[in-house]
Design a protein around this ligand. Sequence first.
Ligand SMILES: *Cc1c(COP(=O)(O)O)cnc(C)c1O
Length: 367
Amino acid sequence: MSNLAQLAPDYIRAIAPYQGGKPIAELAREMGLNEADIIKLASNENPLGISPKAQMAIDEAVHTIARYPDGNSFELRKAVSEKFGVAHNQIVFGNGSNDILELVARAFLHVGCEAIYSQHAFAVYPLVTQAVGAAGVVVTAKNYCHDLDGFLKAITPKTRLIFIANPNNPTGTLIAKDGLKAFLKQIPAHILVVLDEAYDEYLSLAHQSEAIGWLSEFDNLIISRTFSKAYGLAGLRIGFGLMQADVADVLNRVRQPFNVNSIAQAAAIASLADDDFVARSYAANQAGMVQLTQGFKQLGLEYIPSFANFVSFKVANAAQVNQQLLKNGVIVRPIANYEMPEYLRVSIGLFSENARFLEVLEKILSE
Ligand SMILES: *Cc1c(COP(=O)(O)O)cnc(C)c1O
């Protein structure tokens, strides 16, 4: 051992690595299973795949990869600007929306500052906070929901940033719009609020976010969106943030010049033009959510009602049940690292995948 790791600052060495969903190929290797016999419901991916229009755009863009991508994502910027009604200079593109979260932390946090986020909130908030040596302040959740009053009480002179996931992952809980807006009004102007809306496309019209319309009212608001979930482009890594132009300018200074590859840009443009694919994805998710939650009820299992494309359910010996599911070729997500050791999170899959998951789960629970 070189002991070189000791040269990294303590706050870096204290970071717990991100635990993603187990890849299908890895489980196949570990259990000696065929990849074709494995279903993965562990990373909130779109079971319908991607838009056929995006697929065509990808096939074309593949021929351009000898060139660097457009570092300003001009065409995509135009498409996002038109679709969401924001100015070109209010948009920052990221290598996944995780990149946006990290850019915000790198630009606005440093040693001695605090970032606030909820218990059971998305694991990337503590990661990006700790990576720059800032302190994470965790607000105890209320019934697995963000406790916004708790956030207000947690604000100190050191607070620079607040992360809110709406809906939240892994709980699937949603903060109502009026409560969220009232909360924003109470946040001091010098504290940035990142509103992570990765699952907005899975919300019913009545619940869908209106936060983009709030940007003119709250200079400190940053909204992050992703192409990884309803648009199905998780493997291409592309997301974006919407914010005031001066905040966007700062993020662009710390952004890698070519952080979004050309295939991702082309696929994102085509995806934005295919409302039909998003509508089909939404409908499939609604049906799958009913299928899974009815299954849980039949099995007598508690679950947290979810507004997203996954649901967390409670089960005795969650770690053991997870192992049994893996042995049977079903990958879900254990969430003990989210302080939810009695829960497993399952992503909504195709009808047949949901059915197989419920069947295997029933068998395990009856053994
Ligand atoms: C999946 C997810 C994202 C998306 O991450 P990408 O980097 O865009 O793939 C962002 N926020 C939350 C809360 C998520 O669950």
